[in-house]
Design a binder for this molecule. Structure first.
Ligand code: MN
Length: 387
């Protein structure tokens, strides 16, 4: 049996929201993976790209990578990596004479697969690991080029890619590759990077663990981690291992149909209720305004409402103005009533009062969906006995 771990997308060095603590979070997430992987006693690790967030990694990112990879080295666990789009571009690294992954290889911490393969012997047979870097729209051509060198099949064959794949029902799928080329190529395992959300397709043995920390608030409710994979002859067992990450929460607050001041108070109460310790939060305020305009809603004042949270990304104002539309209608309505009453020969001195009354009746009939409000208005009107 061959046992390995598949990780991807550490994005070390990403200082999300300009918070230094997020640099630490991305490092911690990678560290949590490595600790669990060491416990699992795997034969080796594959990493499918974007170890680093930048072409020129911050020193802290290099330190984190060094600490993690060194721990693996001490435990005799080899690491096979490929180049993600964040790690480096081929053109750039050729011009300047190498990149961060070359450096990790130079200091003996990784096996960097630069569009080629490496063989890993196990008691159960030899594992051949093919690794293709990120090539965007050129991926298919580059993959065919690399696989044209493929002759005799090894006991186990693994393919590493950093690309969006074609024709699969996947999240945020931008299309580059024909999935059938994989089926024909009969890999025991296809490790995919580039996506930050986890997915798997057992039909073609393709697995994508996603990122180990959340790069977007949209990922707030998604699990983060990596795969532990066991290959035995034609059998494949892949188990997703979850790791702890910083909590993120995206909360939508519906304030209903209210005035601006009431919308603010309602939103404030909900935000207080959803203030989570050390979490990263976003709030989306929805609803309709009966009075005032959505731009009058003081979103910025709500940013400081959460006291326990680490950071509030945004108070998004998705309120809709009912007033704009209503006001135009009211003017038109009032003019129409005025014309109608004048045509009926209503006395000039009662005109405004009658227009008010008709408008009120119409309003009651529209908004209450029954006649009680309208009848009340008529009663009041008749009670005055002035017309
Ligand atoms: Mn990535």
């Amino acid at each position: 049996m061959v046992k390995f771990a598949h990780v991807s997308e550490f994005h070390l060095g990403y200082m999300q929201y300009n918070l230094p603590i997020r640099l630490q979070d991305f490092g911690d997430a990678a560290k949590h993976c490595i600790e669990k992987i060491i416990e699992e006693k795997v034969d080796f690790i594959i990493h499918t790209g974007d170890i680093f967030h930048h072409y020129h990694p911050r020193i802290i990112a290099l330190r984190q990578a060094h600490a993690i990879l060194n721990e693996l080295k001490k435990n005799n666990i080899p690491v096979f990596i490929i180049r993600g789009n964040h790690d480096a571009s081929t053109a750039y690294s050729l011009r300047v004479g190498g990149h961060s992954l070359n450096y990790l290889q130079d200091i003996g911490l990784v096996n960097f697969l630069q569009d080629t393969y490496a063989d890993f012997p196990t008691p159960d047979g030899t594992v051949r690991i093919w690794g293709l870097g990120y090539y965007g729209k050129q991926t298919k051509r580059k993959l065919e080029e690399m696989l044209s060198k493929r002759k005799d099949k090894m006991d186990y064959e693994i393919l590493l890619l950093h690309a969006f794949l074609k024709g699969m029902d996947l999240p945020d799928s931008v299309v580059d590759l024909d999935p059938y080329s994989f089926v024909n190529s009969e890999f025991d395992y296809i490790g995919v990077g580039h996506y930050h959300l986890k997915w798997q397709n057992e039909e073609i043995n393709a697995y994508c663990p996603g990122s180990t920390e959340r790069l977007k608030i949209d990922e707030w409710d998604k699990k983060k981690g990596f795969y532990i994979v066991e290959l035995e002859n034609d059998d494949l067992r892949a188990e997703f291992m979850e790791i702890p990450t910083r909590e993120m929460r995206d909360t939508t607050i519906n304030v209903g149909t209210v005035e601006v001041s009431e919308a603010f108070e309602k939103a404030k109460i909900e935000i207080e209720k959803n203030d989570i310790e050390d979490a990263i939060l976003r709030f989306v305020i929805e609803g309709f305004l009966t009075k005032g305009r959505s731009y009058e809603f003081p979103s910025a004042k709500l940013l400081n409402v959460p006291k326990k949270a680490l950071y509030v990304i945004e108070i998004r104002n998705n309120l809709s103005d009912k007033t704009t539309e209503t006001k135009i209608k009211e003017i038109t309505k009032r003019d129409a009533i005025k014309i109608a009453l004048t045509e009926l020969g209503v006395d000039e001195k009662n005109l405004d009062k009658l227009i008010d009354a008709v408008e009120k009746i119409m309003y009651e009939l529209v908004d209450e969906r029954d006649a009680t409000g309208a009848i009340r208005v008529i009663d009041e009107l008749l009670g005055e006995k002035q017309i």
